[in-house]
Design a protein around this ligand. Structure first.
Ligand SMILES: Nc1ncnc2c1ncn2[C@@H]1O[C@H](COP(=O)(O)OP(=O)(O)O)[C@@H](O)[C@H]1O
Ligand SMILES: [Mg+2]
Length: 474
């Protein structure tokens, strides 16, 4: 039996009163699950058949009875099913409904200038799933519980962006997951290998020698960022804050080893206090300071195709926040240049949790909140990934137009996501609790319709793959 025969046998009846939604009864098979694509064929008002592409959104199944459900009409199929017109759809009193084949599903991406292959439809391995590249000019929220495959899947998407677009990206990489992004996976095609080898990919790490060292120039930081490093408040700590404001003239800061002795030599109470503070916080021990090496902001300014910031290799937790703050402040200060950049933050809860109160955390979070609210028009687009959706500040999540959701079992988190991302059919969101690793729901502007996907393979080597338990042999 051919696919077509099988599909017809599974045919069911549908009706659409408003030409936007349809109800159906009958039909079996995985494509009648929420998210499944179907062809609705009606013959209302004459002999001529009208085909429309639809997506199943809700299904109820009772044992012994036919499934019933509803969905959305995505557009009119014309030209013998070779074209999808998403601006047109019509009501019908009765239609047959069958699952759409791969060729019809492909029409969804028809007019997209560039679409990124990222895997296949969850319901049918033969239908490729894609993202619309040009819609990365919005913020994206990516979540799923730990181990759901977020970082792996994020890698799949970033690789495709690298291959198919000229959108530069900076990746905040707390677990060194992307540090091998320059090395093609052995299974990658020759074309992909060549294309990746052509891209300018910089991997900056704390322990790398120049020019790949991940460094920040203290003097370039904004006054607010400098104060945050020293946990100083301009009013509560007036004298020390003032000493810090003039530190470049009084002590000079090229050599961190000279900072504390320089302050002590000044002899004023405020300078002595600032010296003690510096020693206590061990700020001059941080390896993040540039000391003559290129700063991360200089490197990003030249807009490599991808810049990976390995934030996991620092000895002090504040150092990764300093890097984030230096980068985000600098991008914001230069926003009027309107140079597009995708700002990818993995483990985003480390950088924009509403619960953190240290001055560095607050400064980084407020900058991300600002970029979320206003960055879009300047070409600063966020892609935030986290396993704890509510440890990302709510005013950031509410600015995201694209959603990627991987396995998530927490009903509280799912309910909250349903509130924020009202455009996702609830039954598809609920499906996330039963996802396996590597399965994802994409919804929002970067897909023509909400799509559940089995992620495809990576093209570059993964960095932080799980360590396995050593077993005894012999
Ligand atoms: N689609 C996939 N195909 C193969 N391996 C995967 C896939 N997704 C995840 N993994 C593996 O599972 C482990 C956890 O995935 P990861 O992406 O790090 O999860 P998360 O970031 O959600 O915690 C990693 O070792 C990764 O290599
Ligand atoms: Mg991860």
């Amino acid at each position: 039996m051919s696919d077509e025969d099988r599909a017809t046998r599974q045919s069911a009846a549908a009706v659409s009163i408003d030409g936007r939604h349809f109800q159906f009864a009958g039909g079996t098979g995985s494509r009648f699950e929420p998210g499944g694509l179907v062809v609705l064929r009606s013959t209302d008002g004459g002999e001529e058949e009208t085909d429309q592409l639809g997506q199943v959104e809700e299904v109820a199944v009772v044992i012994g009875g036919a499934p019933q459900g509803s969905g959305r009409i995505l557009g009119l199929l014309d030209g013998d099913g070779r074209h999808l017109d998403v601006r047109r759809s019509v009501p019908f009193g009765s239609a047959t409904i069958r699952s759409a084949d791969a060729r019809t599903a492909e029409l969804l991406y028809g007019d997209a200038a560039t679409s990124l292959p990222i895997g296949s439809f969850l319901a049918s391995q033969d239908i490729p799933a894609r993202l619309l590249a040009q819609r990365f000019n919005r913020h994206t929220f990516w979540c799923g519980q730990s181990g759901s495959g977020k970082t792996y899947a994020l890698g799949v998407v970033l690789e495709q962006l690298l291959l198919h677009t000229a959108l530069p990206m900076v990746i905040f990489d707390p677990n060194a997951d992307f540090v091998h992004m320059r090395q093609a996976h052995p299974a990658a095609t020759t074309d992909a290998r060549r294309a990746l080898a052509d891209r300018d990919i910089r991997v900056l790490r704390p322990s790398s020698p120049s020019p790949d060292a991940l460094r920040v120039r203290f003097l370039d930081l904004s006054l607010r960022a400098k104060a945050a490093v020293f946990r100083l408040d301009p009013l509560d700590d007036r004298a020390e804050h003032n000493e810090l404001m003039h530190i470049e003239d009084t002590v000079g800061l090229v050599d961190p080893a000279r900072v504390v002795p320089g302050l002590v030599e000044r002899g004023t109470p405020a300078a002595r206090d600032l010296a003690a503070r510096t020693e206590n916080l061990r700020v001059t021990d941080w390896s993040v300071w540039a000391q003559g090496l290129a700063a991360v902001t200089d490197i990003l300014d030249s807009r490599p195709d991808a810049t990976v910031l390995d934030l996991g290799g620092f000895a002090y937790p504040e150092e990764s926040l300093v890097v984030a703050l230096a980068v985000l402040d600098d991008l914001w200060a230069k926003r009027e240049q309107r140079r597009p950049l995708l700002i990818v933050i993995d483990e985003a809860h480390n950088f924009c949790s509403p619960d953190q109160t240290s001055p560095l955390h607050v400064a980084v979070r407020e900058r991300i909140v600002q970029i979320a609210a206003e960055g879009r028009k300047f070409g600063l687009w966020l892609l935030l990934s986290t396993q704890r959706p509510f440890r990302v500040h709510p005013s950031i999540i509410s600015q995201c137009d694209n959603l990627a959701l991987m396995k998530m079992t927490s009903p509280v988190d799912l309910a909250e996501l349903a509130n924020i991302f009202g455009f996702v059919p609830p039954a598809m969101l609920a499906r996330a609790s039963r996802f396996k690793q590597g399965e994802a729901l994409f919804a929002g502007g970067f897909v023509p319709a909400p799509t559940m996907v089995t992620m495809g393979p990576r093209l570059t080597r993964e960095g932080g793959a799980d360590v396995s338990v050593p077993l005894r042999t012999g």
